[in-house]
Design a protein around this ligand. Structure first.
Ligand SMILES: Cc1ncc(COP(=O)(O)O)c(C=O)c1O
Length: 450
C-alpha cells in the first residue's frame, strides 16, 4: 500500500511476505472503527486478514463492535430469559433492561419448543436416561430411545434408515465429508447452507445459480467424466429466502448426468408437504432422492440433526462420517422432544394450519405494502433492502418497538440483496401480526424502502 498511516484512521500492521504493510479504517466520532462503513466481511473474510496477527484481527473486530454499541446499534446476542416464545423476554444488549418482544427471529415455526405435550414427555422420560449419553454412538452412546427416533425420522422421510447427530451442522458436514473424497465433487445451489458447503473442504466443489435447473445442467455437462462421484446439494426450503427448491427438475437433471442428490430439510420439515413431511411430500417425490439431511432445531423445536437414506448408505456413513463417529450421542431430552414433536407433526396436531394462515396473511400484507420479499413461499420472509445501513436501521427501529427481527447484511447475502429476515410462527395472533406489519410499513416508508 502506498499511503502512510494518518491519525484520522485506524491502522493495523500486516506481514506481507517480507514487507510490512497496513490495513486502514475510517474512525467514527466514538474513536472506533466506523460501524457504518464496514461489514463483518472486513473482519472475517477479507483476504488481507491472513497477514494480520491475532491481536490485530481481534482488535479490529472489537473496535467495530464497540462503535455499534456506542451507537446503540449492536443487536447481536440479544439474550432471552424465557426461551424462544412468541413474546420473548429479551435483555436489551445496550440498556440491559428486559423487553417483552414479539419474536419474529425464531425458527421455532410451530412453537413446539414450548409445547406442554412435549415438555411433559421430556420431564417424565429424560431424567430416567440422565443428563448425558456418556459416549459416542458406535461405542457406549447407543440407546434404544435414540434408535426409536432414528426409525421415526426414516419413516417420516420415506427412507430405509437414519442416524442422528447432536446438530444439523454436524449432520451436514459429516454426511458430505464422509461421502466425498479428492476425486469426487459436490455441486451446490449457490444459496445452500454453510453447513453443507463446509462439508466439502477436503473435496471438490462447484456452484450453480440459485434454484436454476438450467444452470445446474450447464455445470454437470462441463464436468462430465472429470470426477468419480457427483453429489448435487440443495436445501428443500432456503434459509435466507424462504423459497422452495425446484426439486422435480433438479432431480431429473442430476440423475440424467449420473449425480446423486442430497436435500437438506431443515426449514421444510413441519412446514411444507400435506402432513409436514417436507419437500419430498410437497412434490410427491417420496423415495426419489438419494440422501436427506435435516435438523431437529427448527419446526421440530429441539436440537440435533440427522441423515436419512438407504440402509447401505447409512451403514457406510456410520463408519465414515467423523462428526457422527467422534461425537457423543445427543442429549436425551432433545431426543425425547424431537420424537414427540415428529409424532405431533405427522398426526397433524402441531398447528401447521395456523402457521399457514399466518404465513399467507403476512405475505399478502408485505406484498401489498410494496416490499420486495423475493420468492418467499414459506415461513421465512426476506425484506430485501440492498443497503446495509438501512437494514441495520430498520432492525434497530423495530427493536425499539419491541419487534425482534434479524439483520442479514453482506456477506451473508450478496450486497444487492441485504435484508431484514423475518420468520413467522404459528402462535402469533392477528393483533400481534397487525401491530408488527403496521410498524414495518411505517418504518419502510420513512426509510424510503417502499
Ligand atoms: C438449511 C440449514 N441447514 C442446517 C442448519 C444447521 O442446523 P443446526 O442449527 O441444527 O446445527 C441450519 C441452521 O441452523 C440451516 O438453516
Amino acid at each position: 500500500m502506498s499511503f502512510k498511516p494518518t491519525s484520522s484512521r485506524k491502522h493495523y500492521h500486516l506481514f506481507e511476505e517480507e514487507q510490512i504493510d497496513h490495513m486502514y479504517f475510517d474512525i467514527s466520532p466514538a474513536g472506533e472503527i466506523d460501524a457504518n462503513k464496514y461489514s463483518l466481511y472486513n473482519f472475517t473474510g477479507d483476504p488481507k486478514l491472513e497477514y494480520a496477527e491475532w491481536d490485530s484481527r481481534m482488535d479490529m473486530m472489537n473496535s467495530w463492535f464497540s462503535d455499534m454499541k456506542a451507537n446503540e446499534r449492536f443487536l447481536y446476542e440479544r439474550e432471552s430469559i424465557n426461551g424462544s416464545k412468541v413474546v420473548s423476554k429479551i435483555i436489551d444488549p445496550v440498556t440491559k433492561e428486559v423487553r417483552e418482544m414479539l419474536n419474529f427471529a425464531s425458527n421455532d415455526y410451530l412453537n413446539l419448543t414450548q409445547d406442554p405435550r412435549i415438555l411433559e414427555k421430556v420431564t417424565a422420560i429424560a431424567p430416567y436416561y440422565g443428563a448425558g449419553a456418556g459416549g459416542v454412538p458406535l461405542l457406549s452412546g447407543s440407546m434404544n430411545i435414540i434408535k426409536q427416533l432414528q426409525e421415526k425420522i426414516a419413516e417420516m422421510k420415506g427412507m430405509e434408515q437414519s442416524i442422528v447427530y447432536s446438530s444439523g451442522y454436524g449432520a451436514n458436514i459429516g454426511t458430505i465429508s464422509g461421502l466425498l473424497g479428492h476425486r469426487d465433487v459436490a455441486i451446490y445451489d449457490m444459496f445452500a447452507h454453510a453447513s453443507l458447503i463446509d462439508g466439502s473442504k477436503g473435496s471438490n466443489k462447484k456452484f450453480f445459480s440459485h434454484n436454476d435447473p438450467a444452470s445446474l445442467e450447464k455445470v454437470l455437462k462441463n464436468i462430465q467424466n472429470k470426477y468419480i462421484n457427483k453429489l448435487v446439494v440443495v436445501d428443500g426450503v432456503y434459509s435466507m429466502d424462504g423459497d422452495i427448491c425446484k426439486l422435480p427438475e433438479i432431480l431429473d437433471i442430476a440423475h440424467y448426468y449420473g449425480a446423486w442428490v442430497l436435500v437438506d430439510e431443515a426449514h421444510a420439515t413441519g412446514v411444507i408437504g400435506k402432513t409436514g413431511k417436507g419437500t419430498l411430500e410437497y412434490f410427491g417425490l417420496e423415495g426419489k432422492v438419494d440422501i436427506i439431511t435435516g435438523t431437529l432445531s427448527k419446526a421440530v423445536g429441539s436440537v440435533g440433526g440427522y441423515v436419512a437414506a438407504s440402509s447401505r448408505l447409512i451403514n457406510y456413513l456410520k463408519y465414515t462420517s467423523r462428526s457422527y463417529m467422534f461425537s457423543t450421542s445427543p442429549f436425551i431430552g432433545s431426543v425425547v422432544s424431537s420424537f414427540e414433536a415428529l409424532n405431533l407433526i405427522s398426526r397433524q396436531e402441531a398447528g401447521m394450519d395456523k402457521l399457514w394462515e399466518n404465513i399467507r396473511y403476512v405475505k399478502d400484507r408485505l406484498l401489498k405494502a410494496g416490499f420486495n420479499i423475493g420468492n418467499a413461499e414459506t415461513a421465512i420472509f426476506p425484506i430485501i433492502i440492498g443497503d446495509d445501513n438501512k437494514v441495520k436501521e430498520m432492525t434497530y427501529r423495530l427493536h425499539q418497538k419491541n419487534i425482534f427481527v434479524n439483520p442479514v447484511p453482506y456477506p451473508a447475502v450478496p450486497r444487492k440483496l441485504t435484508r431484514v429476515r423475518m420468520t413467522v410462527t404459528a402462535g402469533f395472533s392477528m393483533e400481534q401480526l397487525d401491530y408488527t406489519l403496521n410498524q414495518i410499513e411505517e418504518i419502510g416508508k420513512d426509510l424510503n424502502i417502499i
